[in-house]
Design a protein around this ligand. Structure first.
Ligand SMILES: Nc1nc2c(ncn2[C@@H]2O[C@H](COP(=O)(O)OP(=O)(O)OP(=O)(O)O)[C@@H](O)[C@H]2O)c(=O)[nH]1
Ligand SMILES: [Mg+2]
Ligand SMILES: [Zn+2]
Length: 313
């Protein structure tokens, strides 16, 4: 018999599927299904609505079908990698947890992550965490970052999970929605979920334990009922690789550029060397953030790691 359910945890070897009666069953996928139909590292992601067959033992199942996804957040593990990873699917919002210290979330990471949201029709929300650690200089940076992204139309919230500051606004967004929480390792993704739902007691790690290469405390994506909605915790990531198509059409995924590109002299303007370019003019007038434009150029040029330091703040 075919049953239907939603994937709430994905480990790569087994999947927890919540059935329509809210009970949870441990499922696997068949080898063939796994390799033939999908060219990514994980054919089944948290948030997927799946069909599955219950095995004879009645305690486990085999996933046989993935229903069409409304959307999904996808990245390449690195720019050079050919494999895609589906972070989560069927989501209403994606939260990016960013921190200006311990660790530093680079604007290049933020911009690439935003591109993936734009491309996949997911509304992004940027949450700047750990504001309790910010000194004057970082507070100034915070204000400038919030200006950059809210001017484009992205929702931004400064919070401190540690001191429970700014969290009510986040709660209001979560109600009735399914949201993936993404970001570098150590920014406080699991801590935010614990604050909202202490019973979950998700594993978190002291930042002093995070060495330079970053320690990943959360190892699998998992969905939890929180604050009247569903939050998907995910393992921290270092980079956000984009596919070729996205790189070729980068300007489409920068809303502030897309909005004015019809004013460029050439309708195939790449906003790099062309004369009478409305985007370059907007950058010169500071109507478009130089950091955004700079990251746009780096993505076009295929540069990623060289530009990790934020030159424009
Ligand atoms: N000072 C301060 N520390 C925080 C805040 N939020 C979280 N932390 C600390 O940051 C550390 C890392 O938090 P986690 O929640 O484990 O981070 P994560 O994003 O889930 O990390 P991964 O699972 O590795 O991706 C923990 O020691 C938290 O206590 C905050 O607002 N301020
Ligand atoms: Mg975590
Ligand atoms: Zn142009």
């Amino acid at each position: 018999m075919i049953n239907k359910g939603i994937v709430i945890k994905s480990t790569g070897s087994y999947y927890l599927v919540k059935k329509e009666d809210n009970s949870i069953i441990n499922c696997r996928i068949r080898g063939k299904f796994r390799t033939k139909e999908y060219k990514n590292t994980n054919p089944v992601a948290v948030g997927d609505i799946v069909g599955f067959k219950v095995q004879k033992d009645e305690n486990s199942g085999v996933i046989t079908k993935i229903f069409d996804r409304k959307n999904c957040l996808i990245r390449k593990s690195t720019n050079l990698s050919r494999k895609f990873h589906i972070i989560a699917s069927n989501i209403d919002y994606a939260f990016l947890i960013a921190t200006l210290t311990e660790p530093v979330t680079y604007l290049m990471f933020t911009d690439r992550w935003l591109i993936a949201c734009e491309k996949n029709n997911i509304e992004p929300v940027i949450i700047f965490n750990k504001i309790d650690l910010y000194d004057n200089e970082l507070n100034k940076k915070l204000v400038s970052y919030i200006k950059i992204y809210s001017d484009i139309g992205y929702k931004c919230f400064p919070v401190s999970v540690k001191e429970n500051k700014g969290i009510d606004k986040i709660k209001n967004i979560i109600k009735g929605k399914t949201i993936v929480i993404s970001g570098n390792s150590g920014v406080g993704k699991s801590s935010l979920i614990n604050l909202l739902e202490p019973k979950l007691k998700l594993k978190t790690a002291e930042i002093s334990e995070y060495h330079k290469q970053g320690k990943h405390t959360t190892t699998f994506a998992e969905m939890f009922p929180v604050a009247g909605g569903y939050l998907i915790d995910t393992p921290g990531i270092k980079g956000f690789g984009l596919d070729e198509e996205t790189k070729e059409n980068t300007a489409l995924y920068f809303p502030e550029m897309k909005k004015i590109s019809h004013l460029c002299k050439f309708n195939n303007c790449t906003h790099t060397h062309e004369p009478d370019c409305a985007v370059k003019e907007a950058v010169n007038n500071r109507e478009i953030s130089p950091s955004r434009y700079n990251n746009y150029l780096n993505i076009l040029a295929g540069e990623e790691d060289k530009y990790r330091q934020d030159k424009y703040t």
